[in-house]
Structure formats: C-alpha cells, structure tokens
Write a protein that binds this ligand. Structure first.
Ligand code: FES
Length: 158
C-alpha cells in the first residue's frame, strides 16, 4: 500500500474512531474512493479494527455494492431492465464493448480507463434506454451516441 493510500485509510479509520461496529461504513468509504476494495487495504483495516481478516472479507463479499476486483476510472452502467431492453439496450452494450475491446467476461479495459457493467434498472425508465458514466445519467441512448460519448471521455482524458 502506498503512502497516499495509507493516509486516506488512516483518515477514514480516525473518522470512525477505529470502531469495529462501523466496519460497513469504513469499507463503503474505501469502495467510494477506489471503486473497489484492494486486498492489502482490507488486511490493514482488519488489523486496525482488531477483527479477523475473514470478518472483513465476509462484509466485503456480502454486499453486492462492494467489489474485490479492480475497476476502471470510468464506470459505465448500461441498463438492461425491461424498459431499456425493449428499447434496444443490447445493441448499445454490444457497441460499447466492441469500442472498448470488452466482452461479457472481460469488463475492464487493460489501461484501467473503463469498466462496463449491466444493471437491471437505473430508476429512469421514462428515459430508456439509459446508461450512466460515473453516476451521471445519459438518456435515450443509441449505439452511435454511446460510442461517441466514450470517444469524448477518452479525448478529455488525454
Ligand atoms: S429499465 Fe432501464 S432505467 Fe428502468
């Protein structure tokens, strides 16, 4: 773990007074910061909360919101709930995966710039088909507009 990460985790632990009852909130803050839960960070948290590593891993794997896999800087969620599916969300997913060289099995680009996930409803069915990038909603998407959006993100990050 690098110094910057350690400082961040120490700050979170201090905020919650190293209280083991706050373990979910502590892990949530780590997830929010890194988009996933690095293994060495979980070990460090366990040590500082004086709980077993299996307890920390138990929490980290119980909640769907937490991920042990590293994710890209930009998290793209493509809705495939009923409203979006009937308005052709699958071609959007296929176009995005093709643009990024991803697939159902490979969800994160090698440069760690993008992770693509599907979700069952983003709560914006009236705007279907919907995708989000880092939580920002993009309504009424098409395969073309989705690819254009990704290219613009790429350009902006250069
Ligand atoms: S089904 Fe896609 S937003 Fe609800």
């Amino acid at each position: 773990m690098n110094e910057k990460t350690r400082e961040f985790i120490d700050g979170v632990l201090t905020k919650y007074c190293c209280d083991k009852k706050e373990i979910i909130n502590i892990i949530q803050e780590v997830q929010n910061e890194y988009n996933y839960l690095p293994e060495d960070v979980l070990v460090y948290i366990a040590k500082n909360l004086d709980v077993s590593q299996s307890k920390v891993y138990g929490v980290a794997t119980f909640y769907e919101n937490f991920s042990l896999d590293a994710k890209g800087k930009n998290i793209i969620k493509i809705c495939d709930g009923t409203a979006c599916h009937v308005r052709k969300s699958v071609p959007i997913l296929n176009a995005v995966n093709k643009e990024l060289g991803l697939s159902e099995k490979k969800k994160t680009t090698d440069d760690m710039m993008f992770t693509v996930e599907t979700v069952s409803c983003l709560g914006a069915c009236g705007l279907a088909p919907v995708m989000t990038v880092n939580g920002n909603v993009h309504p009424k998407m098409t395969p073309e507009s989705a690819v254009e959006l990704i290219r613009n993100i790429r350009k902006g990050s250069l």
